[in-house]
Design a protein around this ligand. Structure first.
Ligand SMILES: [Zn+2]
Length: 109
């Protein structure tokens, strides 16, 4: 799935929009922040690759949906703690380590 060149993320509820609109489709706030996804490789992707897991395989291991995983890898969405915990178990690293790696990732402000 190709990543769009730019997306708009709601500063209120973090919903991602793939087209420029005035208000968030989720919460109706006019707080959309333009975000250009970073081209750099995300830490999660690097760790996943080091385990020779495809995105699909990791999605199956964690019970996450692949599109969500993709968004996390691209820094478009900040995963909940429970999601980080599932990923950490699947990737055999500590939750703290994974959380700190992900927090260094470029997310929208
Ligand atoms: Zn919103």
């Amino acid at each position: 799935m190709p990543l769009p060149n730019e997306v708009w993320i709601c500063d209120e509820c973090r919903t991602t929009h793939y087209a420029k609109i005035d208000t968030c489709v989720n919460c109706g706030m006019a707080k959309l922040v333009r975000f250009v996804p970073a081209a750099k490789t995300s830490p999660l992707r690097t760790i996943r690759k080091s385990h020779n897991l495809s995105q699909k395989a990791l999605a199956e291991l964690t019970g996450l949906k692949q599109p969500n995983l993709s968004r996390i890898e691209h820094g478009l969405t900040r995963p909940r703690f429970t999601t980080v915990a599932k990923l950490a178990v699947a990737l055999n690293i500590s939750v703290g380590e994974l959380a700190s790696q992900l927090s260094r990732e470029g997310t929208a402000k």
